[in-house]
Structures are given as C-alpha cells and as structure tokens.
Write a protein that binds this ligand. Structure first.
Ligand code: SAM
Length: 461
C-alpha cells in the first residue's frame, strides 16, 4: 500500500475467519497473480485500486495547526479540480452538485509518514487518554482514508470551492458525495433503530498508562495531533499524577441528559415513533436535543458551522501519565422508544477535558497581519482569505481549539508553536487557558496554487 500517491492498493489476502458463516467467509487466498507476478487488485475482495480524482489546494500547508475537524475553522478554504485523466470533461461530473450546500470529501491521509497504526490511540481532545482507533477520527487507521464534511462554496467548470475544511494542501481526494440530511443524519431515519441503549457503549472504566509512549517529542515537526512525536530532550518537567474524570461526574452528566430527554413533549415522541414527524419539527427537535452530528441548511449554515462547546478554564484537564477513561455513553431512558431516532455519542466526545483557549495577538503580530493582508505592499497578499480580518478569525479558530498534541500540551508548554495558514506563518505560545500570537510573517514558501498534481507526480505518484 502506498499512500503518497493516494493509492490504497492492498495486495495479499485477508485471512479466513475461524467459524465464519458459510457463504460469508472472508475471501480466501485465491491468487490473482498475473504472468509477470504482479497481484491484480480485485474489487470483489475489497482490494480497491484507487485513483485520486484530484489533489486539494488548501490554505493549510502542513499538518501542524490544521484543524482537527472541518467545523473548527469555517473560514478555511480549498479548491479541488477534477483531473482530466478521470473524466475528459470534468465539469460533466459536477453537474447538479452546485445545488447542495455541503459535500462529503473522501481523501487519503497521504502525509501520515508511516502506514502502521495502533489499535488504541490518544485523541488530542482526551488529553492523553486512549480509546480504540475506530471510535476516533485519527488519521492513523488501517486504511488511511479521511472523511470531511465541507461547505460547498461554488462549482466552477471542473472545480469545486470549499470552506470549513481540515485537509492539507496536496491531499489526494478519492471521492465527493453530496451531503443529504435525510440519508446522512440519524434524526432523519424513518425506521426506528430499536434499542438505543447500545451495549457497545457500556464498556467499563479502565485505567490506562501512557508509559509505553516513549517516542514523543516537542520538536516542531509536521505532526497531526495523533502523530507520535520524537523524543523530547530539553524538558525536565515530569508528568504529574493521574486525575481523570470521576464516575460521579459522568453519572451526573448522564442523569442530566436523561432528565433533559424526559422533559421533551410526549407528542413529539409518538410522532417520531411513527415516523410522522414533520421536517420542520425534526429540525427543531434536533436543535433542542442534539449537539452532535451536523444538520445543515444552505441558508443557515453560515452561522452554524462553529458549534464547538465553549468551555472556560474550569474544564477538567487530566495531567500526568496515567489517565482513567470513563467513556460512558449518553444513554436514552429505556422507555423512550422515540429516542431511537436520535444519535448517541459517548459523553467523552462532547465533554472532553481540554479547554477552549482565549486567543490574543501582540500589537506587533496584529500589525504584521495587517501588513500581510494589504495589497499595496507589492507582494503576495492572501490567496484563500479575503482580508486580514478573515485571516485573523481563522487563526483564532485554529488556536482556540488548542491544536497541540496531548504530549506537547503537557510536556512542552514553554515551547513556541508554529503553523502556516494561507500565506501567513504564525508563531505563538500557550499559557494557562490562552494562546498568544507573537509573530505573523509571510510564509517562506507560499503554497503553490498551480497544478499540485505535477509536484506530486514528481514525488513518484
Ligand atoms: C483528525 S483528522 C480528521 C479528518 C477527517 N475530518 C476525518 O474525520 O476523517 C484531521 C487532521 O488530519 C491531518 N491531516 C489533514 N490532511 C492530511 C493529509 N493529507 N495527510 C495526513 N494528515 C492529514 C491534520 O493534522 C488534521 O488536523
């Protein structure tokens, strides 16, 4: 498998599962070798040979500082041109897409650096606690495929323009699909899902240790927050004792949620049970009852993209090497059959221990930003942002979500943090509950806007 080119060809065969259902076994080792010895990709076994439909032009040049999810920075922008090698007339493939407000983008995490992935990962939001990779959006997965819901700004010829993205420049894109709330949002399901008290969410609290993570580093590498940094030699700071959330806190949260759900009008439950809820009513229900998955309308999306819960300094931030994970789900009360229409997420997804940061700019940084945004200085202004004010909003959004890895947050607090956004190279530092932008310089190597494919081709794709 080579992700550098966006190709996800997996050669070889999956092992047979012992005791698998007859007729449903995983495919056995049927050789499909050609005379030359190559193994042919075989669609029926899931060995898909992918061909990127295009390479993203993005305001984020590197993983560092790129938002963890698209909703974090609605001013982020990107463009995707469908390659002529995919369709002779790329614009034909986009016909009708302009009528949608949002699109799913399927892409390859081509800058993962390595193909290996671990069964348990440490999402930055959990500040060091581990959960199974499939319960996260970690880029490091068995197949390095990402999924982003982006706002579709416009379709122009064979290109689409997006905002609210979390992919870096040059990302190989595999597919575009329209976001259709009726299909993609559980609130719109007509069939009840049955028991909403999902057993899978009822796993027990477990104490995990980070002591096996010996490869961390403070170095300013191009890391996504899930990446494992290299050893950090210049800090003497020792991790403090574990301090996770207590089960009481989680229980309280669950009972609060249950109370909230129980207080909803009964009429609505019945209508939901019967699949008779009106569309507008469903929207209202969701706004009241759910803060998780997006429900998006073209008219309201401008205001609705940044839905992160705002938390202050009082948010619990477990410190130290060992963190107790108590990922209780927000369970529906058993009698609420209507709740089967809603989605359920574990409490730790919404109530992560990482606080939203206040973002400050030094007067000097503000001046540099204005200077960078001004077009009369005879050099590159922004390529994606429309003004210095918009660039500032984007920088604030990136930093307030605390883009550092859990490791950096704990052990490299005193280190400067750098990232590049559009043509701005940002230097900042983090203090207790805030991030301060110290400098904003023109990026030394502005992001190439012309044909990112060629540069990738020269890298061997
Ligand atoms: C946590 S992932 C989530 C991506 C997507 N929304 C998903 O859920 O699959 C987002 C992070 O992936 C990293 N990233 C973005 N584009 C990448 C690429 N092409 N290769 C490797 N990492 C990438 C950035 O560090 C970004 O913060």
């Amino acid at each position: 498998m080579e992700t550098g080119s966006g190709r996800l060809e997996r050669v070889g065969w999956a092992p047979l599962l012992p005791g698998a259902m007859p007729g449903l076994e995983e495919p056995g080792p049927r050789p499909t070798a050609t005379p030359c010895g190559c193994v042919k990709p075989a669609l029926e076994t899931g060995n898909l040979l992918t061909e990127p439909i295009g390479y993203l032009e993005s305001c984020f040049s590197a993983k560092n500082g790129t938002p963890r999810q698209p909703s974090i920075c609605r001013h982020s922008r990107a463009c995707l041109r469908i390659r002529k090698s995919i369709f002779n007339n790329p614009e034909h493939s986009l016909m009708g897409l302009e009528q949608f407000s949002h699109v799913w983008i399927l892409f390859v995490f081509h800058q993962n650096g390595h193909l290996s992935c671990k069964a348990k990962v440490q999402p930055p939001r959990l500040n060091g606690a581990k959960v199974g990779v499939f319960s996260t959006r970690s880029p490091h997965r068995p197949n390095a495929i990402g999924l982003t819901l982006a706002k579709l700004e416009k379709v122009e010829g064979g290109a689409i323009y997006l905002s609210g993205i979390d992919m870096i420049h040059g990302t190989p894109v595999l597919d575009i699909k329209p976001y259709i709330a009726d299909y993609d949002s559980p609130q719109n399901l007509i069939e009840p899902l049955g028991e909403c008290n999902l057993q899978n969410n009822q796993y027990k609290p477990k104490t995990v240790s980070q002591s096996d993570d010996k490869t961390d580093s403070c170095a300013q590498q191009q890391l996504s927050e899930y990446d494992e940094p290299q050893p950090c030699s210049h800090t003497e700071e020792k991790p403090s004792c574990p301090k996770g959330r207590t089960s009481e806190e989680n229980d309280m949260q669950c009972s609060d949620t249950a109370k909230m759900q129980q207080s909803l009008p009964k009429r609505r439950e019945i209508a939901a049970d019967l699949g008779l809820e009106s569309r507008s009513h469903r929207r209202l229900s969701m706004a009241e009852e759910q803060t998780g998955p997006h429900h998006l309308e073209k008219s309201s999306s401008e205001e609705g993209t940044d839905k992160r819960p705002r938390r202050g300094k009082e948010a619990v931030a477990p410190q130290g090497n060992s963190v107790e994970v108590q990922p209780l789900a927000l369970h529906c009360p058993p009698k609420m059959a209507g709740a089967a229409h809603r989605s359920v997420v574990p409490a730790w997804v919404r109530e992560a221990p990482v606080a939203t940061l206040e973002v400050r700019f030094t007067p000097h940084a503000e001046m540099e930003l204005e200077h960078l945004g001004s077009e009369d200085v005879g050099r590159a202004s922004f390529k994606y942002f429309q003004s210095a004010a918009e660039a500032r909003l984007a920088i604030e959004a990136v930093l307030s979500a605390d883009p550092r890895s859990a490791y950096r947050r704990k052990l490299c607090q005193d280190r400067l943090f750098y990232f590049t956004l559009d043509t701005a190279h940002v230097t900042c530092w983090f203090g207790d509950g805030f991030a301060e932008v110290l400098r904003i310089k023109p990026a030394s190597e502005p992001i190439q806007m012309t044909d990112p494919v060629e540069s990738l081709v020269s890298l061997g794709s």
